[in-house]
Ligand binder design. Structure first.
Ligand SMILES: *[C@@H]1O[C@H](CO)[C@@H](O)[C@H](O)[C@H]1NC(C)=O
Ligand SMILES: *[C@@H]1O[C@H](CO)[C@@H](O)[C@H](O)[C@H]1NC(C)=O
Ligand SMILES: *[C@@H]1O[C@H](CO)[C@@H](O)[C@H](O)[C@H]1NC(C)=O
Ligand SMILES: *[C@@H]1O[C@H](CO)[C@@H](O)[C@H](O)[C@H]1NC(C)=O
Ligand SMILES: *[C@@H]1O[C@H](CO)[C@@H](O)[C@H](O)[C@H]1NC(C)=O
Ligand SMILES: *[C@@H]1O[C@H](CO)[C@@H](O)[C@H](O)[C@H]1NC(C)=O
Ligand SMILES: *[C@@H]1O[C@H](CO)[C@@H](O)[C@H](O)[C@H]1NC(C)=O
Ligand SMILES: *[C@@H]1O[C@H](CO)[C@@H](O)[C@H](O)[C@H]1NC(C)=O
Length: 823
């Protein structure tokens, strides 16, 4: 034992920082191997409180030690006697007490000619000194993390399959239960599995993106390259700028996550993760089912056209796993069958699908129609138009729909279903004669059929009268089942598990009978009161004005859904109170009021230094991202503004009034509305003028908010002297003149890093661009806020020039406009 301590002691002063391992230059416990440009480091480590030693690889320049690769994950060493060296056979070998416990095991002809090196990509390679031929590389044996430039997938020539698997626990890097692995059958897809159970799939690569990851496309940040050749099926992603850090990992809770290092916050930030909602769970709605995450509060499963639930009772109890079956009597072979288009979906599991990359869509359709076993088809490549053919000859499994970024699926149906689903073709109108003849023939036929049918029915009715008693009793027994107390209870408890109902008496007592002294403010949806429950908990009560169009049941549903949205940058909804025509929402109480009290107040805003302001900006961005992307409801806030951002005791930003659009009856996710809810000055042009809203309208409002936080000025009331500009116009003007620093709130007194603030201004300008498609998504914004990546140049923002109408509007700025009829 003494010997080993001595060894360690001796090793320390000689702490090696070379980038190569040779027989004469091994790595002992305590040494660190650093890549040439100091991107990565390799050495012995112990995770968490564990005392076991592992050889690991971590980012050299990330202040939180983040191990991304482990050489001996399942072969830990119980003391500090480990040595990693190149052996006499030329292999890289890990020794414990001079006994080899791990080896690269490659057969090497010329001994003494190999060397191991840690590269700047994070790859540990063993190569021949002379030819530089790679004999073994760490990238071929990933642990739980995929780094940029690392390949994941199968080498079809050697059979090598590179995949990720989770750590057992934060203290044990051993091979855990969760894996993320390619399945090359059919059209290749990656699966997240627990053991052999499939939890989630990416869907196949469709030329632009994974069918099941619509939000992850090539941007100016990443480039994703998927290769499917006779030699290999693999994916690799590269960063356009290698000066920031990003990783994809499988965590111990069964999620695939992409994280980026947030330089100014000194922490890893979740950038994307999956599975993110119930519909992502593999086979949630069974064979031939389709999952719709936005159907809440209704059941998320529906059947594809021409199918019906296999087990209606399970379906009623909200268990869709049994899926759907073809409606009885469907004739699908040479009887006028065809295809119904199901729009914007994650296409079904392609493990058993047939793929023809060279086939066109028309040929694909014909081929599928001809083969009676073909149940559906879609295009294999949506990049640059649709081409290629994916067709299924068995079940259609794990379909879900998307509001954005999905792909059209064509499902085989019989003539009857086809007729129900087909729009009348327009071209036929030109052939007036044909049409006229058809109409006449049709009318005559119809007349005959109807009169025949009437006679038949009249006759039948008499016969049937006797049987009727039986029929009625059948109907009532089935409706009894539907409303059975057990089923109802199940449903009810499921829905209301997290929502608290308060009675009016409690709330009245808590707010001292809604006394004026307790009134905190007047929001767009009604007054807000402060209250204190008997337990001592402080609450904020929003008394909704009676314009809510919803009935009580609908209201309850909405509120219980919104109560489930929980994020540290959202105000927590505790419950509601519905009594005697009153509808109230009960929130947690936040002592620091709303952001507008701080940033637009001469004295208070000097207390907000840049660091604090940046954290507020980031908090708001995270809250919106959660609403847009991660929550199962996909909420567009539609009324983001400074007075809707509250601050808690630590000055963390919390978004309030989210989901109000749902409560007030605008439950579409994206679309066109005649009811514009929002606040002038924060509304995007397409929303204010045409009633078109999307997640990009929220991005616009966020941009305004960001500029307001930096400048300490309100957008809609800010005009520079006599010029015709509002705040956005002013910032834009100075930005173009390279004087953007002039807009910064003078009360920050140069305590800020100029480049960081300039960056934020640029991001703000990117958010308020006129054209909605030019604006970045919240995901990109968070990335841009956290990293020093190069930013695109902003285009001309919307509403730069003060028009007469916007001038008139500025006077009502603070009040949410909830009843504007646009168009
Ligand atoms: C990492 O940091 C070191 C100094 O701490 C620096 O020399 C090196 O260039 C950095 N490497 C990268 C890839 O940023
Ligand atoms: C390590 O041990 C300390 C004290 O026993 C404990 O508080 C801490 O949570 C442990 N850390 C981990 C990662 O388990
Ligand atoms: C460490 O492992 C070695 C060999 O695996 C074993 O002989 C030894 O008893 C272990 N020591 C401790 C303290 O567990
Ligand atoms: C190397 O070979 C030995 C013996 O065949 C085997 O036990 C060990 O798992 C192999 N190591 C690796 C890294 O493949
Ligand atoms: C390998 O290198 C060592 C030291 O450099 C030398 O003593 C030995 O003879 C070499 N062996 C071969 C087979 O070249
Ligand atoms: C359709 O499927 C049946 C049963 O699986 C099989 O026997 C038949 O050959 C298939 N027909 C075609 C054209 O593939
Ligand atoms: C997909 O289509 C585009 C445009 O036609 C083409 O450039 C690309 O090579 C196709 N991809 C595959 C994998 O065939
Ligand atoms: C990468 O980012 C750094 C830091 O922001 C920047 O200096 C550099 O120019 C960028 N490189 C490229 C190729 O965009």
């Amino acid at each position: 034992m003494f010997f080993h301590y001595l060894l360690l002691f001796l090793a320390l002063p000689y702490c090696s920082s070379a980038d190569t391992i040779t027989p004469n230059q091994p790595i002992r416990d305590g040494d660190v191997l650093v890549s040439p440009a100091a991107s990565f480091a390799l050495g012995f480590f112990s995770p968490g409180n564990s005392t076991l030693r592992y050889v690991g690889l971590w980012f050299n320049n990330v202040s939180e030690k983040t191990v991304v690769w482990v050489l001996n994950r399942d072969l830990p060493i119980n003391d500090t006697s480990g040595v990693l060296s190149v052996s006499s056979t030329g292999n890289l070998v890990l020794y414990h007490r001079h006994t080899p416990i791990w080896s690269t095991n490659v057969s090497i002809l010329s001994v003494n000619a190999t060397v191991a090196q840690l590269l700047d990509t994070g790859n540990l390679v063993l190569f021949e000194r002379e030819s530089r031929r790679v004999l073994w590389q760490g990238f071929d044996y990933p642990t739980d993390t995929m780094l940029p430039n690392m390949k994941l997938g199968v080498d079809r020539r050697t059979g090598l399959n590179r995949f990720l698997s989770s750590w057992k626990s934060p203290e044990d890097p051993g091979t855990g239960d969760y894996s993320f692995k390619i399945d090359v059958n059919g059209s290749p897809q990656f699966f997240l599995c627990k053991g052999t159970d499939r939890l989630w799939r990416t869907g196949p690569w469709n030329g632009l993106r994974w069918s099941g990851v619509p939000e992850m496309i090539n941007t100016f940040i990443f480039h994703i390259n998927f290769l499917n050749t006779p030699d290999e099926a693999s994916v690799i992603y590269t960063l356009h700028n290698s000066s920031f850090f990003s990783r994809l990992m499988v965590d111990g809770s069964g999620h695939v996550q992409r994280k980026t290092w947030h330089e100014s916050g000194h922490q890893w930030m979740g950038f994307w993760s999956a599975p993110k909602d119930d519909c992502d769970n593999y086979g949630r709605c069974g064979p031939y089912g389709s999952c719709n995450a936005n159907s809440a509060p209704n059941f998320e499963c529906t059947c594809l056209p021409g199918f019906q639930p296999k087990s209606p009772s399970d379906w009623y109890l909200r268990d869709g796993s049994a899926g759907c079956v073809r409606k009885a009597g469907a004739k699908l072979c040479g009887s006028g069958e065809g295809f119904v288009k199901v729009r914007s979906v994650k296409i079904p599991d392609t493990s058993e699908a047939r793929v023809e990359m060279s086939m066109g869509m028309e040929a694909c359709r014909e081929e599928c129609l001809r083969n009676c076993n073909c149940s559906g088809y879609t295009s294999a490549n949506v990049s640059g138009g649709e081409s290629g053919c994916v067709s299924w000859h068995g079940v259609l499994m794990d379909t879900r729909d998307y509001t954005e970024g999905g792909q059209d699926l064509f499902v085989r149906v019989d003539a009857a279903v086809l007729a129900e689903n087909t729009e009348r073709p327009k071209g036929i109108l030109q052939k007036k004669w044909l049409l006229a003849i058809l109409v006449i023939v049709g009318a005559v036929l119809l007349f005959f059929i109807v009169s025949l049918a009437c006679r038949f029915i009249r006759k039948k009715r008499k016969d049937k009268a006797r049987q009727r008693g039986l029929e009625i009793s059948f109907i009532s027994s089935s409706s009894l089942f539907q409303g059975s107390p057990a089923a109802k209870k199940h449903d009810e408890s499921r829905r209301n598990s997290e929502l608290q109902f308060f009675d009016l008496g409690t709330i009245a007592a808590a707010t001292r009978n809604f006394s004026f002294a307790n009134k905190l403010g007047q929001g767009g949806f009604g007054p807000v009161y402060k209250g204190q429950l008997p337990s001592g908990q402080e609450i904020a009560v929003k008394r909704l004005s009676s314009t809510s169009r919803q009935g009580t049941e609908e209201f309850k549903n909405e509120v219980s859904l919104i109560a489930k949205l929980q994020h540290r940058n959202l105000v927590r909804l505790l419950g509601c109170c519905i009594e005697g025509g009153e509808k109230m929402l009960i929130y947690e109480y936040l002592p620091n009021k709303s952001l507008d009290f701080c940033i637009f107040d001469e004295t208070k805003r000097s207390l907000l230094d840049w660091k604090k302001r940046f954290e507020i900006i980031l908090g708001i961005a995270r809250g919106i991202l959660y609403l847009h992307q991660d929550s199962r409801l996909r909420i567009i806030h539609r009324d983001l503004k400074a007075s809707n951002v509250l601050l808690d005791a630590e000055m963390n930003a919390k978004i309030s009034d989210f989901g109000m659009a749902r409560i007030f009856g605008g439950d579409q996710i994206e679309g066109n509305t005649s009811r514009v809810v929002g606040t002038y000055g924060y509304m995007s042009p397409e929303y204010a003028m045409e009633g078109q809203f999307s997640i990009k309208s929220d991005v616009y409002s966020f941009g305004i908010l960001l500029l307001e936080i930096i400048t300490g000025r309100k957008n809609s009331t800010y005009y520079e002297d006599n010029s015709s500009q509002n705040l956005v116009g002013h910032v834009w003007k100075l930005w173009r003149e390279d004087r953007a620093l002039d807009v910064i709130d003078p009360s920050m007194e140069k305590t800020y890093p100029a480049d960081e603030v300039l960056r934020c201004i640029q991001i703000g300008l990117l958010c308020v661009q006129e054209c909605a498609t030019d604006r970045p998504t919240m995901l990109t914004i968070i990335f841009m806020l956290g990293n020093n990546s190069t930013l695109p140049s902003p285009q001309q923002p919307a509403f730069v020039i003060k028009t007469t109408s916007s001038q008139g509007v500025s006077s009502v700025n603070e009040v949410t406009v909830s009843m504007v009829e646009a168009r």
